[in-house]
Ligand binder design. Sequence first.
Ligand SMILES: Nc1ncnc2c1ncn2[C@@H]1O[C@H](COP(=O)(O)OP(=O)(O)OP(=O)(O)O)[C@@H](O)[C@H]1O
Length: 359
Amino acid sequence: MPNLQTLSQPINPSTAIPIDSLAETRKQEVVQHLKQVIEPILKNDIVSLGMVRNLRVVDDYIYLRLYIGQYQHHLQEQIQATLSPLSWCKKTYIQPCTIPGVRTTLAISSGKGGVGKSTVAVNLAVALSLQGAKVGLLDADVYGPNVPQMLGLGHVDVQVIGTPNGQRFLPLEAHGIKVMSVGLLAEPDHPLAWRGPVLHKIVTQFIQQVDWGDLDYLLIDLPPGTGDAQITIIQESPICGVILVTTPQQVAIADVRRSVHMFRQVGVPVLGVVENMSYLICNHSGNALPIFGNGGGTQLSTELRTHLLGQIPIEARICAGGDIGKPLTLTDPSSVIGQVLTHVAANLEATFCSRSSLG
Ligand SMILES: Nc1ncnc2c1ncn2[C@@H]1O[C@H](COP(=O)(O)OP(=O)(O)OP(=O)(O)O)[C@@H](O)[C@H]1O
């Protein structure tokens, strides 16, 4: 183990190189080596994919967290092999972070509340499921957990079961999608008044302690914004990418910009932006009316060099579908939201294609 005392000494007398600067140089060297490890399905290196986090070099030892899905454990051996030529490195400690049974974890996020993040999450889960994927939806929106209602689930007591790995929450099921929500852990109609370390502990347990079985995709519906809760969830989950939801108006766009910077700082790839409530089709003229402004999603995706994944109109049936627990993508896949999210789901399948390429 490294001599932790050296951390408090700014100078290594033998080399006269400041310890901090030596560690930083070594860290950069490690990063360059790690960039040679390519994830075979995503065809990109594990650093750019945000799979390596909390990388530290202490003395002659390397520590890192590796955020992986089920079936990516082989990357650990590759990392060890890639780092073995570093002559100064006595040992690499890899802490694998995974959600048991889950191949691909994706987050749905928004800069501000009420823009339709949960609506998109629920309908995207349905679209993926209609394409044959096994899908789970984790409603981690501690400020407004609406997913159970949007999928027609009333307030049911969550069952806890014993597994070889300890006690686990049993997810509910709706329309073929496995569902777990922070809202189910609280009294109905009561706010979830968790803050600081308590919030951190509960959210961390919540992410790790659900018995999902085998899933191709776990979608995490994040709380809106860039506060403590979001950062904890992002840091504790093996999220492979995030889809941001916004409305076209400038205040919403400004908040999404902040979110994108947060994700990039933590190293989570932003897959693209879905613009919701983009326009309203006028019953009389049939024209598209840009109620919340025009071009915000396009402007944002150009500015932040990310993709505009689709534009969803304001439609009463989307709202009604959420209220009665029957997502419009399920009841009318040819609706605009159905088409947009089917297209997004097909792109996700093409990118993460877990079923076709892995056993
Ligand atoms: N395209 C749309 N057309 C009509 N109504 C919509 C549309 N998208 C969302 N809604 C409605 O807007 C409301 C807010 O949507 P939703 O709960 O999905 O937003 P959210 O961003 O997840 O909110 P929160 O931040 O509170 O979690 C809901 O009543 C939903 O049915």
